[in-house]
Design a protein around this ligand. Structure first.
Ligand SMILES: C[S@@+](CC[C@H](N)C(=O)[O-])C[C@H]1O[C@@H](n2cnc3c(N)ncnc32)[C@H](O)[C@@H]1O
Ligand code: SF4
Ligand code: SF4
Length: 300
């Protein structure tokens, strides 16, 4: 991360903590909900299957920038499917950097060739070892690992949503992140139980066991892009929600925190680690503040 970016985030953090600010810093643009997969745990694919046009997405990026957002995520659906004429995801990332976003990331299922050196991080979903990943995501594991090996940059961070089907394979994903070329780290979420995937929800005991494995793997040198100081809050679902420093825009609609904000009761069962990490950070939780500094400087 550039020193000037670090100063911007530090100033934002201090102001937000001292004045209990509610301005956003992290924004996500949903560029399409079209997807080539139909994962067992996912409730947001192919509802409209619309690819939002370049000028519309660009306008949404400008809107987020005006709101103060400086960390931008592109999400879907599948982001690498996105096209408008000859424009691709890469043009969106380049445009976001030109606009002045300080960190630009994308989330992908990794089934398309990975040629996106301009992104700070490519969050690439790996949902377990080959067997469990394929159970959840169809027969894609080998294709994904081939794409990772052939990627044109080393900006990949594995992204695992832990649920009832893959909870025993957290260790395998940590090892794969440590030992695979072009992979910088792994980041986790717990399953957030939308009404149609409640059966995949983890119990408190499951979450505690997963956090123990992640902590152990961190000790053994696995590159985990999460904060262990937030684990006790994630296990108990005792972090403040929603996150006011995060916004998402989809088809012109801005929501605080996540597109899931309108699902009744879901925030009390939220499994997204970033929500716990950011809300605790901006409440001034000192352990989280220091660990966040260390972790972001290491991986971004
Ligand atoms: C909706 S996908 C979109 C990007 C891309 N298609 C992918 O799979 O990475 C974004 C991330 O959300 C995760 N996800 C989907 N449903 C979830 C849920 N109910 N709880 C937690 N994570 C979930 C996916 O596993 C993926 O890592
Ligand atoms: S690849 Fe991503 S968007 Fe597509 S179904 Fe899976 S989790 Fe959902
Ligand atoms: S706190 Fe609520 S809106 Fe935010 S990500 Fe979690 S479930 Fe979605």
């Amino acid at each position: 991360m550039k020193f000037s970016s670090f100063l911007h985030f530090a100033a934002f953090g201090v102001k937000t903590i001292l004045f209990r600010g509610k301005k956003p810093i992290l924004g996500t643009v949903i560029i399409t909900d079209k997807c080539n997969l139909k994962c067992k745990h996912c409730s947001v694919n192919n509802i409209t299957a619309i690819m939002h046009p370049y000028e519309k997405v660009k306008g949404e990026m400008e809107q987020l920038y005006q709101m103060g957002v400086r960390i931008l995520f592109f999400c879907g659906g599948e982001t690498f499917l996105w096209r408008d004429g000859d424009k691709t995801l890469r043009d969106l990332v380049i445009e976001a950097k030109r606009m002045g976003f300080l960190i630009v990331n994308t989330v992908t299922n990794g089934t398309f060739p990975l040629d996106l050196p301009e992104a700070d991080l490519i969050l690439l979903s790996v949902d377990g070892n080959r067997e469990k990943h394929n159970l959840i995501r169809g027969d894609t594991y080998d294709k994904i690992m081939e794409n990772v090996k052939n990627a044109t940059s080393d900006n990949i961070c594995f992204y695992m949503a832990i649920n009832q089907l893959n909870k025993e394979t957290v260790r395998d994903v940590c090892i794969a992140a440590r030992d695979t070329k072009n992979v910088r780290a792994v980041s986790f979420n717990f399953h957030t139980p939308y009404p149609d995937t409640r059966e995949l929800a983890l119990t408190k005991e499951d979450k505690a066991a997963c956090c123990e494995v992640i902590k152990q793997m961190m000790k053994e040198g696995a590159p985990v892009f999460n904060l262990k100081s937030a684990f006790p809050y994630l296990i108990e679902n005792k972090f403040p929600t929603p996150c006011h420093q995060c916004v998402v825009i989809e088809d012109g609609k801005v929501s605080v925190c996540g597109r899931c904000i309108d699902v009744p009761g879901l925030c009390e069962e939220c499994g997204y680690f970033f929500v716990a990490e950011y809300t605790l950070l901006f409440r001034g939780n000192l352990k989280v503040v220091f660990e966040m500094l260390f972790t972001y400087l290491k991986y971004v």
